[in-house]
Design a binder for this molecule. Structure first.
Ligand code: GLA
Length: 732
């Protein structure tokens, strides 16, 4: 890795008088500031992070004491948690990092500030880097660690960044879950001691805990009020988030790669670049922080963040492995007739010597199973064309099965501990390919490249990853670099993704990993969206999508209408409700349309048409979460508002059903008080319109009071589930 060229400049920095050659460095976005104390020859400290500082505040704060070190290193006066711990070739375990210089560079939409720290004894450098955006309130923080000595240095700890957070009534919101129950919101006050959120899956990192958190600074978290700091680690591999609360005035927050079993040998002349930690601050509650993450994500991270997503049907829950030509064509015809735009053929289409009829074989053998698809992919593409829709396909390129031609040819390509039989994953036979090996990288790239070269009309790839690293061992890395496996795996994956994106910039790619295992900002620059969960139950999805929306925009959250009874929970939820939940994300279908009645298909056809109207608001608008399902008040509600505030979509779902129930009325948010909005209910099933239908209200009224919504639907066959989607459009 090369050292970056840096422009050494002190311009734009606030210089301090007296003392060491002291200088304060202010890094700002439109509404936030991060203030650093960077005295040359002294320690780099954080003075402040929060609402944007006025010049007077800046001047006043210049002499203030720091909140804590910006990048504490281990070994010298370091009793608390540290960001960096290394061992020099001579055995020395200590570092003493002091500021050498500060430089800054300007780009069109951001400015980058680099504080170079140098160890006082060894030629060992840490560039503490901050990228501040000019149009969105996010600062990315990371480090570049360089060994300029001749002998290797071992990195035992290498966080991306550290942020002190003033103590008070700080609560932490984070996501926790499991397969089919991803992204459950957990909220708790920070107390004395350590809070650690870590992942060691190796391949995916969002199935259980997430690499993103929010800190509410004013007590119990609120969606639309209070000061919030949000932090998202942009990394797809093992991570560790730590909050250290000891006997001083701050909680000390650290985020970075999980160093456990990952000691990294940094050669002389090598630079180790840590993943970015994206930070945001809002005084508009959790929803305010989410809006900043979404805007930043769409503008600077997510693949095709400006492009509206197609409405699709995925074959998985419709036919599972039961793929055949006629069945695929029938599904294409059905989704086309309902107004959908894309059909995605899921697992089960491949394998020659070992056909993929279940999950015990064939991963790696990416050739069409001619028994099932005698006309091949060509035939499917021709059918898609005939029905006027696009075609997408499922692959799981990082994996193989013990029963596969690939494994027979390349047993040395799997992740496996030396001398041991591998623990096998899904189907009792699944194995992970060793992406630290450049040959494997070429092969994984080739899986997609070959498909796209042969069939350039493929519009969408669903890229799955259904196994963790259960065997720590690389057959490629040398014995003294085995601890690099987790890091090299993700470097290899990123290389592959970069090559694919360079060659196929327009292709839509979904990140799936047994459901929501890859919802993270490290992977999303190469992916358009992720599968939120293998659980498609509408009621449970409200909870999972609520949590997911803390950090990820609706356009990235694949959200599908599925069958009743639901395949995971067996819950019978009416179609209207399933539609209303799916429409709050990136709408799709995951169902066998041939089992739907004509009336159900008609309801979906209407919903798809209505979704096309609201798609820009849902996918590109600002989220305001209104009533949390986690508050158990009987309903949940959120809305999206177009940036111009001329359109909005309000979602309301009942989450409990009792007789004589008293549900809260939900004030709206994000509208413009002096604008007038006409209300129109979407996906209406009631025999009579809502009292508010077609009426015009001021933004001020809607935000103060919300609208009265009946608790049930007026329909011939009532059900326990009620939901509403309201479209608000500005009128003159
Ligand atoms: C994983 C995915 C599912 C589906 C199956 C196919 O479980 O999450 O959506 O693609 O694999 O085997």
């Amino acid at each position: 890795m090369n050292l970056k060229k840096r422009t050494k400049t002190l311009a734009g920095l606030c210089l301090l008088a007296g003392g060491l050659a002291a200088q304060n460095v202010c890094v700002s976005t439109p509404r936030t500031s991060l203030l650093l104390k960077a005295p040359v020859g002294g320690e780099l400290e954080i003075l402040y992070y929060g609402q944007k500082l006025a010049d007077a505040d800046l001047a006043a704060l210049e002499t203030d004491g720091g909140m804590g070190a910006a990048y504490p290193a281990y070994g010298m006066n370091s009793l608390g948690e540290t960001a960096l711990a290394v061992q020099q070739a001579d055995g020395n375990l200590t570092l003493q990092l002091v500021v050498e210089d500060v430089s800054s560079t300007e780009a069109e939409n951001s400015s980058e500030t680099v504080v170079r720290l140098k160890d006082t004894l060894y030629p060992f450098y840490v560039d503490v880097c901050y990228r501040a955006y000019k149009d969105v309130d996010v600062i990315e923080a990371w480090t570049e660690i360089t060994n300029e000595g001749k002998k290797p240095v071992t990195l035992h700890q290498f966080a991306s960044a550290c942020l002190p957070i003033r103590r008070g009534q700080v609560w932490m919101s984070h996501l926790h879950g499991s397969w089919a129950n991803e992204a459950r919101l957990a909220q708790e006050p920070l107390t004395a001691g350590m809070k650690v959120i870590a992942n060691r899956d190796g391949v995916r990192n969002a199935q259980t805990d997430h690499a993103e958190v929010m800190f509410s600074l004013d007590g119990r978290p609120r969606e639309n009020e209070g000061r919030v700091i949000g932090a998202a680690l942009c990394y797809g591999g093992n991570y560790k988030l730590r909050v250290d609360t000891r006997d001083d005035e701050c909680h000390h927050f650290f985020a970075g790669i999980n160093e456990e079993n990952s000691a990294y040998v940094l050669e002389g002349g090598e630079t180790f670049v840590t993943p970015e930690l994206a930070l945001t601050y809002s005084n508009e509650g959790l929803s305010g922080a989410s809006r900043s993450f979404h805007r930043w994500g769409r503008a600077y991270k997510l693949a095709h963040g400006e492009r509206l997503r197609k409405i699709l049907l995925n074959s998985w829950e419709g036919v599972y492995f039961g793929i055949n030509q006629e069945g695929m064509e029938q599904m294409m015809a059905d989704i086309a007739s309902m107004g959908g735009e894309l059909f995605v053929m899921d697992d089960g289409w491949f394998g020659d010597k070992y056909p993929r009829d279940n999950d015990t074989s064939s991963l790696g053998d990416w050739v069409v199973d001619k028994r099932k698809l005698p006309r091949g992919i060509e035939g499917l593409l021709a059918d898609a064309k005939k029905h006027g829709i696009k075609f997408g396909i499922w692959v799981e390129p990082e994996m193989t099965n013990r029963i596969s031609e690939l494994y027979e040819q390349h047993p040395d390509w799997i992740v496996k501990a030396p001398g041991r039989d591998p623990v096998q994953g899904r189907g009792g036979t699944q194995l992970v390919l060793d992406l630290s090996n450049p040959d494997v990288q070429d092969y994984v790239f080739g899986v997609v490249d070959e498909l796209m070269t042969k069939y350039p009309e493929i519009d969408y790839i669903k890229w799955d990853a259904n196994m963790s690293i259960l065997n720590h061992g690389s057959q490629y890395l040398p014995a003294d670099r085995q601890s690099h496996l987790f890091i090299e795996y993700h470097r290899g994956l990123e290389q592959v993704c970069q090559r694919l994106r360079a060659k196929y910039p327009d292709l839509a790619i979904q990140a799936c990993a047994s459901g929501g295992g890859r919802a993270n900002w490290g992977i999303l620059p190469y992916f358009d969206e992720f599968w939120v969960s293998d659980n498609t139950d509408a009621l449970q999805r409200i909870y999972m999508q609520w949590g997911t929306s803390y950090f990820f925009p609706a356009m990235a959250m694949a959200s599908h209408i599925s069958a009743a009874p639901n395949h995971q929970t067996s819950r019978v939820v009416p179609l209207k409700y399933r539609i209303d939940v799916a429409m709050s994300g990136r709408l799709g279908m995951e169902i066998q349309p041939k089992h739907m009645t004509d009336a159900e298909k008609e309801l979906c056809r209407k919903a798809i048409a209505e979704y096309k109207t609201i798609r820009p608001v849902v996918q590109l608008g600002d989220i305001y979460r209104l009533l949390s399902p986690y508050d158990h008040l009987g309903a949940a509600s959120l809305m999206y508002v177009a940036p111009e505030k001329d359109k909005a979509v309000f979602f309301w779902w009942k989450t409990e059903h009792f007789y004589n129930q008293h549900l809260p009325r939900v004030p709206m948010r994000g509208l413009q008080a002096d604008k007038l909005y006409k209300v129109h209910e979407l996906n209406r099933i009631d025999t009579q319109p809502l009292p508010c239908e077609g009426k015009v209200f001021s933004g001020a009224f809607l935000m103060a009071n919300g609208l009265e919504l009946p608790y049930n639907h007026r329909v011939n066959t009532p059900s326990a589930y009620a939901s509403r989607v309201l479209y608000l459009e500005e009128v003159e």
